[in-house]
Design a protein. Structure first.
Lengths: 283, 277
């Protein structure tokens, strides 16, 4: 009997995920300009930094760059960084963005009269958005990875994609913390802005963490994109092998469990509080 | 006599619109003090995130070179200025669409440019704070003091640059009215202006043919004059000619912006797409 109810709940949750998937893909295809953004932005960031650096430093620029980063391939270095930045941005703000847009449209409370699991409902947009954007970004950055890195080891590429999927988990946990803040403070972008800028600073997406002061390097230990970008650069620029027992993969697993538990429990708590006090209908 | 009265009434009502728009914008800005705190916290962090990838190309001994840091500082201010109009106007239209209030605004006789520029008022306040605050942070991080050679000229050039950016913002806002979702276009437009508009890289240091493209973008002249007034750098071409180009392009940008905004409003009204998003 109990087993049957668990199966039914799972079925219902999958139906919610599917419904959100269909809805969000419809929205995305309604505004296809986003596809162009995901193709263009990694190149735009890289081109801008590369161009500015070269304009300032002249022919010795790449040697200076290599002395700090270990590679003269600045373009690929920044393309991978930009890729992780966009990916992080998307997963991080997706949950709170879906809540906030429901609040603004006046449809937020209506969801609460349905028997759907709200945690599933609010975190489900990560799946269509993550799949669409990472698919487009992988397809668009793959040519530059192959050209710039000389050759692409398929095993390394496969591990890189797996690392991206693993990276979604801790980021989703952090996304739930943001969602809890949205529930609590209504206009959440200011807080979210602060959190994400701190994350970017400590992620080393555009520079090696060695250029930061020592205390900031210690703080970077709890920042998931830091490990993601480091592994991706090892795999795609330096053509190094990364094994599953690598400490960075282990760190991503540990951070996933910490942030998921923190995110979901914080969200549950503030949601219950908002329901009790009537805050849920305000924005 | 009657004509003058009508003109006076029209100016008065336009000023009232500006007042109402600015009041609403400030009221919303100060309703969420977290925005202010967020600006204070994130600005120094953004400076590190944006400056560091560029500094990596320089030998470490050059990381505190005042000439480079000051040029990047004015680039940051310009970046702020451009994004205030693009995000200010574009997001304002988007928000009204999402809240379902855009149709009500369109049945009033208020100026569309004024209504949709409302967020610009609060963002100008934030820009003014940034000018002082970023200078302070740069001094703390890099030990470089930002000095201004000619403050009055600098103020005038910055004010004209805001107007130039407003014209662009109106054109962009019109496109938002038509395309609905502004985020993608905004990011791309901002990057094109940043990369090719001489904001961080002067056209003289760009390779051919990018330098020619850069000279066709009015922002190149605006930032060049700002650098000239602030840092005393040489202008790309004759200074008077640069001022003339800037003034003409600012007027052209505002006139074109207003025209496109009203044209696309008409198109939307006719096709019934005004209320859809």
């Amino acid at each position: 009997m109990r087993r049957r109810s668990i199966v039914r709940e799972l079925q219902n949750n999958l139906l919610v995920v599917w419904a959100v998937f269909v809805r969000d893909i419809t929205f995305w295809l309604r505004y296809p300009s986003w596809i162009f953004t995901f193709i263009a932005l990694p190149y735009m960031f890289s081109g801008l930094f590369y161009g500015m650096g070269y304009a300032l430093a002249g022919p010795s620029s790449l040697k200076n760059f290599a002395s700090k980063t270990g590679t003269e391939n600045a373009f690929l270095y920044y393309t991978i960084g930009s890729f992780i930045l966009l990916f992080t941005e998307l997963v991080l703000s997706d949950v709170s963005a879906s809540i906030r847009s429901e609040q603004l449209r006046g449809t937020f409370e209506i969801n609460y009269v349905t028997p759907t699991n709200k945690l599933v409902l609010w975190s489900a947009p990560v799946i269509p958005h993550g799949l669409m954007s990472s698919g487009i970004m992988i397809a668009s950055t793959l040519p530059v990875v192959i050209i710039e890195a000389g050759k692409l080891d398929p095993v390394n590429f496969f591990i890189a994609v797996m690392v991206l999927f693993l990276g979604i988990l801790p980021l989703l946990g952090l996304g739930m913390v943001m969602a809890a803040l949205t529930m609590r403070f209504k206009e959440p972008w200011a807080v979210i802005n602060m959190v994400r800028v701190i994350l970017y600073l400590l992620s080393g997406i555009y520079y090696p963490l060695t250029v930061l002061p020592e205390y900031l390097r210690y703080m970077a230990v709890v920042v998931p994109p830091n490990y993601m970008v480091d592994i991706l650069r090892d795999l795609l620029i330096f053509q190094r092998k990364v094994i599953l027992s690598d400490y960075r993969i282990l760190a991503l697993f540990i951070l996933s469990s910490i942030y998921l538990i923190l995110g979901f429990s914080l969200y549950r708590r503030w949601e219950q509080n908002a329901r009790r006090t009537g805050e849920i209908s305000k924005y | 006599m009657l004509g003058e009265l009508v003109r006076f009434q029209s100016i008065r009502s336009r000023l009232l619109e500006v007042y109402a728009s600015a009041y609403a914008s400030m009221k919303i800005y100060f309703r969420y003090p977290m925005w202010f705190i967020s600006d204070i916290v994130t600005t120094p962090l953004w400076i590190v995130i944006i400056f560091m990838p560029i500094l990596l190309f320089l030998p470490e001994s050059e990381w505190r070179n005042p000439e480079i840091i000051e040029a990047m500082y004015w680039g940051m201010i310009f970046l702020d200025l451009i994004s205030l109009t693009l995000w200010g106007i574009g997001m304002s239209i988007r928000r009204e669409q999402q809240q379902g209030t855009i149709e009500y605004l369109f049945i009033t006789n208020a100026s569309r440019a004024v209504i949709f520029s409302n967020r610009v008022f609060s963002r100008i306040l934030s820009l003014l704070m940034d000018v002082a605050y970023i200078a302070l942070i740069i001094n703390l991080i890099f030990g470089v003091s930002i000095t201004i050679v000619n403050p009055i000229e600098l103020f005038v050039y910055l004010a004209i640059s805001v107007l130039l950016a407003l014209g662009l913002g109106m054109m962009y806002g019109a496109v938002v009215l038509y395309l609905k979702n502004p985020g993608a276009l905004n990011n791309i437009l901002q990057f094109i202006i940043l990369g090719l508009g001489g904001i961080f890289i002067p056209p003289s240091r760009m390779p051919y043919p990018l330098n020619i493209v850069s000279l066709a973008i009015p922002f190149s002249y605006a930032i060049d004059l700002v650098r000239n007034a602030a840092m005393g750098t040489q202008t790309m071409i004759d200074k008077n000619l640069e001022i003339f180009i800037l003034l003409v392009s600012t007027m052209a940008s505002i006139i074109t912006g207003r025209y496109i905004l009203s044209k696309l409003e008409e198109v939307n009204k006719r096709s019934g797409k005004l209320g859809t998003y």
